[in-house]
Design a protein around this ligand. Sequence first.
Ligand code: SAM
Ligand code: SF4
Length: 448
Amino acid sequence: MNVQTKIKRLPRYTSYPTALEFKELGAHKYATWLTSLKNDEHLSLYIHIPYCSKLCWFCGCFMKVVNKYDVVAKYVDALVQEIALVAQHSGAEIVSHVHFGGGSPTILAPEHFKKIMDTVRANFTITPDAEIAVEIDPRTLSEDKVKAYAKSGVNRVSIGIQDFNADVQTAINRIQSQQLIEECIRWLTNQGIDKINFDLVYGLPHQTISSIKNTVSKAAKLKPDRISLFGYAHVPWVKKHMKMINSEDLPNGKSRLVMFKLASAILLAEGYDAIGLDHFALPKDELSLAKKKGSLRRNFQGYTTDNAGTLIGLGVSSISSFNEGFAKNTSSIKDYIANISKAELPVEHGLRTSTNDLMRREIISDLMCFSRFNPHAVAERHGVNENFAKEQSALAKLISEGILQKNQDTYQLTKKGSHYRRAVATIFDEYFPQNIDIFDRCILESDG
Ligand SMILES: C[S@@+](CC[C@H](N)C(=O)[O-])C[C@H]1O[C@@H](n2cnc3c(N)ncnc32)[C@H](O)[C@@H]1O
Ligand code: SF4
């Protein structure tokens, strides 16, 4: 069977239900959820900066290339108004986590970054130990920007490295030298920003076993606290610019698995702990400690220590997550700016979560974060009468193939199974077409 004709990729389960299930949701629902937040509840803020100065052909993010800074400045005006508008509706005001993502937050001029953070501080109370993180495109960073981050309280950054190899960089239209990365790290640490993550990607065009070995070894020698090792998601039918990458230059599913195993082995040998699907962290890092403590979580950025009950997404296309459901801002920058200018919350889509969704979310989260799950115990905790009869045959097949093992009511991923984490999660995903054979789902996972 050609499974590609049915579904092309497995979800990465940064949320459950996934954003694919979002339907129309009125801004009034979002306003109700915001208003009903309890005063002492902690919030996490995600701030989306959708602009970049150059297009990377491998990019899967929601972004737009701009040549004129005026466009960015206009967006910042709308963003600060949105922050104030959301704060007016919100019943809660304590913020324990702020994340600037993109696109490229580094495109912001220092005064604009400061303006956004000043607006957050004027409208919310940021806890003294809050994590304030920024995604960094090294090519648009400067020492002045780093100084503005430090003054605004930034204490963690993730640097987009992707790959150190020149052929790979050419093939993805993203040239950046190792010297540039080292200079960025110097600027950051000089300003006391020393919690550093690297983003690496495997499965990119022209990557080979030896080039991956070289990139991962170089990255590990620079000793960032965390390394994300994302599998390249090639989706040219969604992101048209990916057609600039010749699919014949991409490593196949088998090579991708070898690359991931090799990269993991290098990182483990360099003293990193493996965190779930695609993250590695030094044992002293909070992510590693959270895994050991059982408090690790997953959000739209991947694995996190953020344990705020509610996430508020600010900026175009950003998603808010409440106990009651998800609310997504419009993906049109024009509509976003128009909504904000009328003091309207720019939410368009979302989903109300059911008790069944919350139960399945917890099972999938246990699997993604801790490689084990006890569906019956979770169902009982949520007061759901569910015996998981539909899931039994796929689970039994995976046990017989050595992907899962079962001890009383708890299922555990084996070492082999750790490469099929998302495929196992689909068994509990009520929105995933269950007529696709579980082994075909495992093949899809290797392919990206
Ligand atoms: C929004 S970008 C990071 C910030 C900044 N714009 C940069 O590129 O350095 C977040 C990360 O997503 C990852 N990423 C982007 N497109 C991807 C894709 N198609 N497949 C897998 N990972 C991807 C990259 O590692 C990138 O660093
Ligand atoms: S990878 Fe980062 S810098 Fe490159 S286009 Fe995407 S968001 Fe922009």
